[in-house]
Design a protein around this ligand. Structure first.
Ligand SMILES: C[S@@+](CC[C@H](N)C(=O)[O-])C[C@H]1O[C@@H](n2cnc3c(N)ncnc32)[C@H](O)[C@@H]1O
Length: 304
């Protein structure tokens, strides 16, 4: 079998990384994996690489199309770093907490954990200001409900609240266990108490609101976060967030939209913002503030 000339690999990788949020090494690996599967390409690649405009070659174009498709699905399914890496970081955190005895002294490790998830990674440079600006509108909460929190529960030290009860929801049991493990780990080192709860947006019913209220001693939460959720869920299943507002027992609701696509280097804030504006309008919510961060637009709303 022929080897693929370096100039062809280089050109392909350049094209991919200009468009997709992927490293050159990963792009090269996926391109090569796809190339070896394409017998016609491999058979003729040396001959075509001699031509100046090899990019016009039919097999090359076909291969690039297939590579981009694979990369798109690879990036869509990638949500966070492999479990072992996260576990290693949590052991580091455990050791640091035992040594330092205070949660505030481990903020750097918390940032490292937050940057292991594609969603929280995007706000890594703004976490301090992020909560300061949101709570300037809502007031500093004593209770927070973080719906479909991803890794955002690792941001509790940045909320700068003296006392806090935090509930993070997720749709998979293993995620819920990870949330609970984290709050077990930090329980002796701060005034923050937290809990993970199974909550699938596709399976809410008349009892869902009561189940969430029960967790907070039948009281509505001060603030609920719906970060990067409405546009993502609506893209996945149209109408899935239609009755969500009735299920969320919170005084303030903080929603957000990404500015850039998770997979491609393209601006999507217009499309994402439209989904949130529709949600606000359809649920007759009152928009109290809109805050723009580097990679995210925040909407703070109250029920009218
Ligand atoms: C774009 S991420 C946002 C994560 C987090 N809110 C943040 O901004 O850091 C979307 C989240 O929705 C969750 N999710 C996916 N399908 C869901 C479902 N059917 N019900 C509830 N949550 C779901 C994912 O696990 C993921 O954590």
């Amino acid at each position: 079998m022929n080897l693929i000339p370096k100039k062809i690999i280089k050109k392909a990788v350049e094209k991919i990384v200009a468009r997709y949020k992927i490293s050159a090494e990963q792009a090269e690996q996926i391109f090569l994996d796809e190339a070896v599967k394409n017998k016609k390409f491999m058979k003729n690649v040396l001959e075509f690489s001699e031509k100046r405009n090899f990019e016009k070659w039919h097999e090359y174009k076909k291969l690039m199309k297939k590579t981009k498709k694979t990369i798109y699905y690879f990036l869509r399914q990638y949500k966070h770093e492999p479990e072992e890496k996260v576990k290693e970081k949590l052991i580091e955190l455990k050791n640091a907490l035992e040594k330092e005895k205070k949660l505030e002294k481990t903020v750097l490790l918390h940032k490292e954990l937050l940057s292991m998830h594609i969603s929280s990674k995007e706000r890594i440079n703004s976490y301090e200001k992020f909560y300061e600006k949101i709570f300037a509108v809502t007031g500093i909460p004593k209770t927070v409900l973080d719906v479909s929190c991803g890794f955002n529960y690792f941001s509790v030290p940045f909320m700068k609240t003296k006392k806090l009860f935090y509930v993070g929801t997720e749709h998979k049991k293993e995620f819920v266990k990870e949330i609970n493990d984290y709050f077990e780990l930090i329980k002796n080192y701060s005034e923050i108490k937290g809990k993970g709860v199974l909550f699938d947006l596709k399976e809410t019913d008349f009892d869902s609101r009561n189940e969430l209220l029960y967790l907070n001693n039948e009281k509505t939460f001060d603030v609920a976060f719906l970060f990067k959720l409405i546009p993502v869920m609506e893209r996945e299943k149209k109408g899935v967030t239609q009755n969500l507002i009735d299920v969320i027992p919170a005084e303030w609701i903080v929603l957000s939209a990404s500015r850039e696509s998770m997979t491609k280097k393209e601006k999507i804030s217009f499309r994402e913002t439209a989904a949130i504006n529709k949600f606000i309008k359809e649920n007759a919510l009152y928009l109290s503030a809109k805050i723009e961060f580097e990679n995210e637009i925040i909407f703070i709303v109250k029920r009218e």
